[in-house]
Design a binder for this molecule. Sequence first.
Ligand code: FES
Ligand code: FES
Length: 172
Amino acid sequence: MMNRNISLTINSKPVTLTADVRQSLLEVLREHGYTSVKEGCGVGECGACTVLVDDVPLDSCLYLAVWADGRSVRTVEGETKHGRLSEVQQAYLDTGAVQCGFCTPGLIMASTAFVEKYKDREKVSRTEIRRAHAGNLCRCTGYEGIIRAVEQCLKVEEDEDTYNECRVTNDE
Ligand code: FES
Ligand code: FES
């Protein structure tokens, strides 16, 4: 064992943890009760382990816990504030973007990063939304509800072009 102390914030709370230098952030978060962070593939393919580090979504299975020293980490546990779902969580419910739920915490964090980045932009295309979620696999929903949830948060109007673009993307 080669342990090191790391100080970081998790969901805005300052914490100091001890982690083996070989441990992934995924493992350490789960060991400390952040079990929304799921292990799907463990090799950077599925996105179930997505968290935000300094507000950037990444696969925590490929990210060493010691790299998070001094950084801010966000998981879905921190998105519900004072009993109120975040805008993205609520939109996922409204659009039926959740089925079995295994992919959902990672997808919500990917969507949250996207919505925060583009909330002031006038126009966001479905291709951009799809690309931003390309690293997150969902075996249940077919992605339509997920995309509509992001569009709901960004107040994107559905129009003919949007559907055409979606169809083209699906056919690629
Ligand atoms: S568990 Fe990390 S990408 Fe699949
Ligand atoms: S809701 Fe089941 S894998 Fe996405």
